[in-house]
Design a protein around this ligand. Structure first.
Ligand SMILES: Nc1ncnc2c1ncn2[C@@H]1O[C@H](COP(=O)(O)OP(=O)(O)OP(=O)(O)O)[C@@H](O)[C@H]1O
Ligand SMILES: [Mg+2]
Length: 352
């Protein structure tokens, strides 16, 4: 999407998250697909926020280190962008036309749906098929990303000695992983929810097609920030408490109560998005939520989410069908929810 380079080289998925950089490589030339490489590296909290680069030199430094460790010098990388202020993903309904005709007129069709100057964004689209409601119309998924954001990431990657080949968006990487591992024929209507450190994305898939996407600035930094503020703990201790570890001087009950109210803020936000979806798109019930990102690792988070939203919540397993080969550190299994976006990016074929 947006930026392609035809090459037969390996494609590596690089997820530039605000708390962890992750790289994955998947052998997609055979079935089952095989995870042949995975590595993650923590990033300081101030480097990236909600998808925007705050400290460029720090990010370049971290990427250089990761590239050296992971031997990425000759690899093409696929990155995912997100962030509700620079990435717009919308399903729109427009008159039926061919792929080629739409390619010529997409700017004109898209203009009214994009809150930015149309000349400041790169646009991509996917025709979903004829509209079920309006004769002669078709449904299209429109993706618009600010050129300034793309250019910023491309510059950073190049300065880090990496070779960017694909620029995708995070929610689509998550749906790639879902498609590669689950049978969506059985699952008519599901919500793929990725909650990381500084943001969350929701992607509702019905009958295998995306019908609704939303990004928000709710992430589990909320939890650390609340712990630091309410219990006056250090950042490192807040991270320990988030992982369910104990910290001297802090009772597990008080930590739990702060953590639960931070989780409640996130559930409320997701609930509001689902309500909006029901009222504006369709009210075909969501059968199940598939949760990924760091939140899925937080003790009790998926269970409490199920209770609050009144829906089944399953932690999305990127390795349900994709095999983890013995080239990869087996601890990747315990980090599986964090690996989802990187694995999804690695599943992209160049030129697709
Ligand atoms: N074992 C664990 N238990 C609880 N929380 C964890 C665990 N491992 C990581 N985390 C938390 O998960 C978060 C990282 O999740 P993730 O990798 O999905 O975020 P990210 O992609 O870096 O951020 P974003 O997408 O929001 O920019 C961090 O806040 C971290 O504290
Ligand atoms: Mg993330």
């Amino acid at each position: 999407m947006f930026f392609r380079k035809k090459k037969e080289d390996v494609l590596v998925g690089l997820d530039i998250g605000s708390s962890f950089l992750k790289v994955a490589q998947v052998n997609i030339s055979r079935l089952p697909h095989e995870l042949v490489f995975f590595q993650s590296m923590p990033l300081r909290r101030e480097v990236i926020s909600e998808g925007a680069i705050v400290d460029k030199p720090a990010l370049i430094g971290a990427l250089r280190e990761l590239a050296a460790r992971a031997n990425l010098k000759n690899a093409d990388v696929a990155i995912g962008l997100s962030g509700h202020s620079s990435v717009i993903i919308k399903r729109i309904t427009i008159p039926q036309m061919s792929q080629d005709d739409l390619a010529l007129s997409i700017k004109f069709e898209a203009e009214q749906y994009i809150p930015f100057d149309i000349n400041d964004v790169n646009i991509d689209f996917q025709i979903l098929g004829p509209s079920a409601h309006e004769h002669g119309q078709m449904d299209v998924i429109l993706v618009a990303v600010k050129k300034s954001l793309i250019n910023e990431y491309l510059t950073v990657l190049e300065e880090a000695g990496l070779s960017p080949a694909v620029v995708d968006v995070d929610p689509f990487a998550v749906s790639n992983v879902f498609e590669a591992n689950y049978d969506f024929q059985e699952l008519r209507s599901v919500a793929l929810v990725n909650i990381g450190a500084s943001k969350a994305s929701i992607n509702i898939i019905q009958n295998g097609l995306p019908v609704f996407t939303r990004d928000s600035a709710s992430g589990i930094n909320f939890h650390a920030e609340a712990l630091e503020r309410m219990l006056k703990v250090t950042r490192d201790d807040a991270e320990r408490l988030k992982r369910g570890e104990s910290v001297s001087g802090i009772s597990p009950e008080s930590a739990e109560s702060v953590l639960n109210s931070a989780s409640d803020e996130i559930y409320a936000e997701i609930y509001r998005s689902f309500e909006y979806f029901r009222s504006s798109v369709n009210d075909e019930g969501i059968q199940r939520i598939f949760l990924s990102g760091g939140a899925a690792l937080m003790k009790g988070f998926p269970e409490m989410m199920a209770e609050r939203l009144g829906l089944d919540v399953e932690v999305l397993d990127p390795f349900k069908k994709i095999m983890v080969t013995d080239k990869v550190d087996p601890t990747v299994r315990s980090l599986a929810p964090l690996a989802v976006v990187a694995v999804g990016l690695a599943l992209r074929r160049i030129g697709e």
